[in-house]
Write a protein that binds this ligand. Structure first.
Ligand SMILES: Cc1cc2nc3c(=O)[nH]c(=O)nc-3n(C[C@H](O)[C@H](O)[C@H](O)COP(=O)(O)OP(=O)(O)OC[C@H]3O[C@@H](n4cnc5c(N)ncnc54)[C@H](O)[C@@H]3O)c2cc1C
Ligand code: HEC
Ligand code: HEC
Length: 629
């Protein structure tokens, strides 16, 4: 390839650029998506709402069963929440065998039923018995790689397998597999807001196409809801706060961008029951967004070399204790909250992590100091503890006494446990005696749903009496991981169950189509060979657009463009050249063809892979005290 030749693509581009600024209609080159029209015949047999781990897995299994599948997502990109995930729980993986960890479904089942207290027994049994074949073998067969296995709570044998450089490498192979099926279509930037019924049966969805601004109605035979959890909907989080805890002060979200409970609402309207919505895995060492991106969002922030005090200026929990106990203790301090107290010597221990820290940022300690520690919106600082206490509104005498007592314990080499519960990690030895002193207020955070749409073992959405709502299935975090986590979350038991329940939903929905009069499986092809992912060298292509164009496009925020806007704000901020990511093969327009979409998956890694060398074990993951994944 040489020079800048006007190809069909660039003509599309030229037409699209103006449209991009105005809200671009889909250029129709080899489209993957369904037509824009409201069809009178079925648009598909099965409509899957959500292209996260659950929806993509469901689509693949449904397509293998001969169903015509249409996946819609309100995002412009695949992957959902899972793109930022860390790992997956497997029992009897070949990696466990290689590392000499002897595991067994019966042992795993006993471990999990004990830890989760009331985890869903049948689903847990199904998981432990099928994670090898339906998850490990399947995923590794698709090319997913794992780096290591982390020991984690509730497991007598290590089972939390860490994805090679994080979740992009879990979601991408699944997405690429879905692209291979001729009977799976996608429609992006389409937000569903209503399920349609034919008699009793759910047969389709209605919603809004963000890009065109027009409503759409899609008709199928069945719908699989895979819209994720609801923890980015803080009103819903508060409305379902645990009864035995005080109502919280501010709560920040660190959940999926689109985890707003829209699927829950649609399911409920269609007659499905929602269960255990108060089972939410929430975090407790959160600092508010300091980027001005979204005031509802927060970031993991905290200092392992600090003590925590409540509004009385007293310690109330062993800071590095086991998540579930620390969580409850922290939540009992609501609504006043708690502060992390440290001194000048230990301020470098502050860590920050979260969605905006998608890349090397999480290990850029100088930046973290500037953003969190030396930022008066987040952290107060004073030369004496008494002044610090006054700044944060706790009794000065009490804070002084608390710190003096703590320093004395350290000096005498005594245990610093507050509640008799030993810390989870060996705490670093530090004292708080070098001014200036710092206080960072930490907040609760809403993260994951462990309750949701009620389903049976075949993922039928159930009504309050336990009867399936005809035509409706649900999979993934919208079902609260099928209740597998019970009262206490297990690591890797959101990603794994999302894929597993997704696959069950896809299989079941396809198999049950056979009960519909006249339904026949379609002929389909599965693309065998891998995509040719070679990208032409930068020099072979002259970009048609530059930073100024992007600046223009970013001037006004538009619905449906949030990811595009986040990406390109970062591009401008970091001064990346356009050809770092775009090329003749990854052009400047919404990738629509299968080939384009496959190629585009390569450019996600600039931001969504953990930087090489920082994992495993690097302290990018060592933000203290996060609730289990
Ligand atoms: C930072 C982070 C780390 C995590 N780490 C782990 C981990 O290590 N292990 C683990 O087990 N779990 C982890 N999780 C949780 C796990 O990633 C999720 O539970 C899981 O990916 C959920 O998958 P899902 O397909 O059910 O939903 P999602 O991934 O939330 O996908 C839902 C999709 O539906 C779309 N959507 C939503 N509403 C609509 C609508 N109305 N119309 C159209 N589209 C809609 C969304 O855009 C999204 O693409 C982590 C999560 C985060 C955020
Ligand atoms: C770090 C990688 C990266 C760089 C550098 C980059 N982009 Fe992008 N670009 C993307 C991704 C990813 C998408 C798809 C985003 C989405 O759909 O959310 C995209 C999509 C686009 C689109 C299509 C918008 C749409 O969805 O309709 C345009 C136009 C674009 N980029 C222009 C540019 C220009 C101009 C530059 C140089 C100033 C640039 N990009 C630099 C990653 C990048
Ligand atoms: C230039 C950096 C950049 C690139 C390149 C990029 N992203 Fe993102 N992406 C982000 C940021 C930043 C966020 C988090 C936004 C937030 O919540 O603050 C994000 C969020 C997401 C989310 C939402 C996750 C959730 O929990 O809801 C998905 C899905 C996603 N990206 C997919 C992709 C895919 C697929 C690609 C490649 C086609 C891609 N991204 C390329 C920066 C990038």
């Amino acid at each position: 390839m040489s020079g800048y030749v006007k190809t069909g693509r660039e003509l599309v581009l030229a037409g699209c650029l103006a449209a991009l600024l105005a809200g671009c209609g889909s250029p129709d080159t080899e489209p993957v998506g369904a037509a824009d029209t409201v069809a009178s015949t079925n648009d598909a047999d099965i409509i899957v709402v959500g292209a996260g781990l659950a929806g993509l897995s469901a689509a693949i299994d449904a397509a293998s069963g001969g169903a015509r599948v249409l996946v819609i997502d309100m995002n412009s990109v695949f992957g959902g929440h899972g793109i930022q995930s860390g790992g997956v729980a497997f029992i009897n993986s070949t990696m466990q065998e290689e590392l000499g960890y002897e595991d067994d479904p019966a042992v795993a089942y006993a471990d999990w039923m004990e830890w989760t207290v009331d985890g869903h027994a049948q689903w847990n049994r199904f998981y432990v018995e099928n994670s090898r074949e339906m998850l490990w073998d399947w995923l590794t067969g698709l090319g997913v790689r794992f780096d290591r296995i982390r020991p984690s709570h509730g497991n007598s044998v290590p089972r939390f397998h860490m994805t090679h450089r994080r979740g992009l490498n879990l979601t991408r192979p699944i997405f690429l597999e879905a692209l291979r099926y001729s009977n799976i279509d996608f429609r992006w930037n389409a937000v569903a807001d209503h399920l349609t019924k034919d008699g009793d049966r759910v047969v389709g969805v209605e919603g809004l196409d963000y890009r065109t601004g027009s409503r759409f109605a899609l008709r199928g035979e069945t719908v699989i809801l895979a819209t994720g959890g609801f923890q980015s909907n803080i009103d819903m989080v508060r409305a379902n706060w645990r009864d035995d805890l005080p109502a919280p002060g501010p709560v920040y979200s660190m959940s999926g961008q689109n985890s707003r409970g829209s699927g829950h609402r649609m399911a409920e309207e269609a007659g499905a029951a929602l269960v255990n919505l108060d089972r939410q895995y929430n975090g407790y060492t959160i600092v508010p967004d300091m980027f001005g991106l979204d005031e509802a969002r927060g970031y993991y922030g905290g200092n392992a070399r600090s003590i925590w005090v409540n509004s009385a200026g007293e310690r109330f929990v062993t800071e590095l204790g086991i998540d579930r106990y620390v969580f409850d203790a922290v939540m009992r301090q609501q609504p006043e909250g708690h502060w992390s107290i440290y001194d000048f010597d230990d301020k470098d221990g502050f860590r920050l992590n979260g969605p905006h820290f998608v890349s090397a940022d999480a290990v850029d300690h100088e930046k973290i100091q500037r953003l969190a520690v030396e930022n008066p919106d987040i952290t107060q600082k004073a030369d004496t503890l008494a002044e610090l206490a006054a700044l944060i509104g706790v009794p000065p005498d009490s804070l002084e006494a608390t710190v003096a007592h703590y320093n004395a314990l350290v000096a005498n080499g005594e245990s610093t446990d507050v509640d008799g519960l030993p810390p989870e990690d060996t705490p670093p030895v530090f004292t708080i005696d070098t001014p200036p002193y710092y206080a960072t207020k930490l907040y609760p955070m809403a993260n994951k749903s462990a309750g949701g749409v009620s389903i049976d073992m075949r993922t039928h959405a159930l009504d309050a009496s336990g009867t399936p709502v005809p035509g409706l299935y649900a999979a993934g975090e919208i079902t609260g991981s099928a209740g597998m986590n019970g009262l206490n979350g297990l690591d890797g038991m959101f990603t794994g169950p999302s894929i597993l329940t997704g696959r069950v939903a896809g299989r079941t929905a396809a198999a049950e189509l056979a009960e519909i009069a006249g339904w026949e499986p379609v002929e389909f092809t599965r693309r065998g060979a891998d995509w040719d992912m070679t990208r032409p060298a930068d020099s072979s292509w002259t970009p048609a657009l530059g930073p100024a164009d992007v600046q223009n496009m970013l001037a006004d925020s538009r619905d449906g463009y949030w990811h595009f806007e986040r990406v390109h704000n970062l591009v401008l901020e970091r001064g990346y050249g356009c050809t770092n990511c775009h090329s003749e093969r990854v052009p400047f327009y919404t990738a629509l063809s299968r080939e384009d979409k496959a190629m585009q998956t390569q450019i996600c890694e600039t931001c969504h892979l953990a930087p090489a060398g920082t994992l495993p074990g690097a302290d990018v993951q060592r933000t203290p005290a996060r609730v289990s994944n």
